[in-house]
Design a protein around this ligand. Structure first.
Ligand code: IMP
Ligand code: ZN
Length: 345
């Protein structure tokens, strides 16, 4: 299959952190002329490089210094949307952790409003992409901060007329215990917000089972260590399978941060063979030097998927989006219209 096929393939992206998705070109423009000493090329892993989770999270700290003001955040969000649209992503749920920066006066409110403005401005340009937003809770935060994020999500879902769709849990999986956030997740569910939680990125069977049973998340990010041979349990697999909780699978991210030893070993195969809903995603296309096009291509190469299987993988992702049935139907119709043209590549 040609690269052109993967690029032309209409795609859905459901797991993309805004500050992890910054292209090198955008980063160059942000750093240029600033007091920041980083070389933009050092704020990402080059092809073939790997790093520990600790190193990955150090990079995020540095990137956050570059995007510590509304102007930079606006540019980043605007550029990221254009870049995904350019590779035929037709629907994306971006996620980001609302951040305040005392040094620049950025507040959580102005942070969210800036991201929403960039999304609105892209919509005005009639790009062929629907953009939604998920607000993230960082595992390092307190329950109170998480509760505040849920309140902000409720408020801005109204104000944005449905652009904000849910809550994410992310951050260094080796830090803290996600159980403490259960009241915040319940509050989010009470308000009809969807939950996409990073779960079992590293072996944590007790935390994973508790969260699954207490919350039943709408989607799982990574789910690297759900299976018994990766530090999970059969009960966990059975729970996820019987509840048909879709998995957001980010192959390169897991290989580069060494939570999976190689593409061949990726848990995509385990779940795909079970016919479980799997959505191919990028996680952090900037930090991990990838694109959704490349992720589909590497999944197809590694697991020898046919053109039809790749198409189905992308088409079935529509089932897992956090939007209403009308949007799902609109996307399904779009996929059907594009099919002949794409399949000929
Ligand atoms: P932001 O939320 O837009 O600032 O995007 C960067 C943030 O996303 C990081 O600080 C982490 O909290 C989160 N993140 C990005 N990649 C990962 C990952 O692989 N695992 C867990 N959290 C992540
Ligand atoms: Zn992630």
């Amino acid at each position: 299959m040609s690269e052109d096929f993967f690029k032309k393939l209409p795609k859905v992206e459901l797991h993309a952190h805004i500050n992890g998705s910054i292209s090198e070109s955008t980063m160059h423009q942000l750093v240029e002329g600033k007091q920041i000493t980083y070389n933009p090329a050092s704020l990402k892993f080059k092809k073939g490089e790997t790093g520990t989770l600790k190193e990955v999270f150090k990079l995020f700290k540095q990137i956050h210094e570059v995007t510590n003001n509304e102007k930079a955040l606006y540019k980043v969000t605007y550029d990221v949307i254009h870049e995904f649209a350019e590779e035929n992503v037709k629907y994306i749920e971006l996620r980001t952790t609302p951040r305040e920066e005392l040094s620049t006066g950025m507040t959580k409110t102005s942070y969210i409003e800036t991201v929403l403005k960039a999304i609105r401005d892209c919509a005005k340009e009639n790009l062929d992409i629907i953009v939604k937003l998920i607000l993230a809770i960082d595992r390092r935060q307190t329950l109170q901060v998480a509760m505040d994020t849920v309140q902000l999500a409720v408020k801005y879902r109204e104000e944005s007329k449905g652009v904000v769709v849910g809550i994410d849990l992310s951050g260094d999986p080796n830090v803290g215990n996600a159980d403490v956030f259960i009241p915040a997740f319940k509050e989010a569910q009470k308000h009809g917000l969807k939950l996409a939680l990073h779960l079992a990125e590293v072996p944590a069977p007790e935390e994973t089972m508790t969260l699954l049973q207490e919350i039943i998340p709408d989607r799982i990010g990574h789910g690297t260590c759900l299976q018994p041979d990766a530090g999970g349990t059969r009960d966990i697999v059975q729970f996820v399978e019987s509840h048909k909780i879709p998995l957001e699978l980010c192959l390169s991210s897991n290989i580069i941060n060494m939570t999976v030893p190689g593409y061949d070993n990726h848990h995509f195969k385990f779940w795909y063979d079970l016919n479980h809903p799997c959505v191919i995603c990028t996680d952090d296309k900037g930090v991990f030097s990838t694109s959704l096009t490349e992720e589909y291509s590497v999944a197809a190469d590694t697991f020898q998927l046919s053109r039809e299987q790749v198409w189905e993988l992308s088409y079935n992702s529509i089932n897992s989006i956090f939007s209403d049935d009308n949007t799902k139907q609109l996307l399904r119709d779009k996929w059907k219209t594009l099919k002949d043209n794409v399949q000929n590549h």
